[in-house]
Design a protein around this ligand. Structure first.
Ligand SMILES: C[S@@+](CC[C@H](N)C(=O)[O-])C[C@H]1O[C@@H](n2cnc3c(N)ncnc32)[C@H](O)[C@@H]1O
Length: 288
């Protein structure tokens, strides 16, 4: 059931290359950091009493498995992701626990979903990477039943999330090649502008759009901080190419820049995000 034809897509290349492998390797740690968001999505599925759930950009499948566990025999949760290393990690984590979750490796923007097959579509940080977001959300709209609900979490701006860019700002003088963040291009902050989010959803046929800010307390053990800094994000990618001396210098400088987030054995930060909800407009464009 895997179908990725669009491999000249930049995001497909990104998530099937080093970035996807780095995420898959760091997934246990990331899942602990992002646990509060998993809880919010599981609660949303339960509150809405939905049973056929699609998890978009599911990565290594933590939210997919958590929703499937909660639904039990009453429902089903399918995770879709464009990245081979992420889907491989998702399957290998689901299999030993006998999870009923299932996984598809495909581009959610173009995948030929069975029409009207999901009554809830969720995502934890998996919908900011579409090359053509209107086409992608329209494709998800076709996959949704007439009473379906869309619920996803995306980052607000880089300015509101200083923790997430501390590493690259601190490393910039030592590593000038770190690519700049582009909030107008697919990537972590692509849905930071709420007006962009609502116009994408309206243009792709979704209605009753609700975009609420959420500020979520996140933690990770201090012992994992250097792994977080060196493996993930733009710095993680550039650092893989740096020589040992530069690497050591960068790690020392960047680790110091995180001091204000370290409280004893714990690193604490606030994630400034949007919780976005929407419902199906009827297929002729009006709300049901
Ligand atoms: C930031 S990660 C989040 C992963 C996961 N939802 C989590 O919370 O751990 C973004 C995920 O979106 C996936 N992705 C990016 N573009 C995609 C697309 N067009 N179709 C499906 N998945 C996509 C990436 O491969 C990656 O796994």
């Amino acid at each position: 059931m895997d179908a990725v034809h669009d491999t000249d897509n930049r995001q497909a290349a990104h998530w099937n290359g080093r970035a996807g492998r780095a995420w898959a390797e760091a997934q246990e740690m990331l899942d602990r950091v992002l646990q509060p968001f998993e809880d919010l999505l599981v609660e949303a599925v339960c509150a809405a009493s939905r049973h056929r759930v699609l998890d978009v950009g599911c990565g290594a499948g933590a939210t997919t498995r958590a929703v499937a566990r909660r639904l039990g025999a009453q429902g089903h949760c399918v995770g879709i992701d464009i990245s081979e290393p992420m889907i491989a990690a998702a399957r290998s984590r689901a299999q030993p626990e006998g999870s009923p979750a299932s996984f598809v490796r495909a581009d959610a923007q173009t995948h030929a979903f069975q029409p009207a097959s999901f009554d809830m579509i969720i995502s934890r940080f998996g919908v900011m990477f579409f090359e053509d977001p209107v086409a992608a959300f329209a494709n998800l709209h076709r996959a949704a039943t007439d009473d379906a609900e869309l619920r996803f979490i995306a980052w607000r701006s880089a300015a509101e999330n200083p923790f997430t860019t501390t590493a690259e700002r601190a490393a910039a003088p030592l590593l000038p090649g770190i690519p700049a963040r582009r909030p107008d291009a697919p990537g972590q902050f692509f849905l930071a502008d709420r007006h962009r989010v609502s116009s994408i959803l309206e243009a792709s046929g979704w209605a009753e759009i609700d975009i609420s800010p959420i500020d979520v307390a996140c933690t990770l053990p201090e012992t994992e901080l250097v792994g977080y800094i060196t493996r993930l994000g733009p710095l993680g990618l550039v650092l893989q190419e740096a020589d040992e001396r530069t690497r050591a210098q960068v790690i020392e400088t960047v680790r110091t820049a995180f001091d204000s987030y370290v409280h004893g054995t714990e690193v604490r930060f606030t994630a400034a995000c949007w919780m976005v909800g929407a419902r199906m407009a009827s297929r002729d464009g009006r709300s049901p």
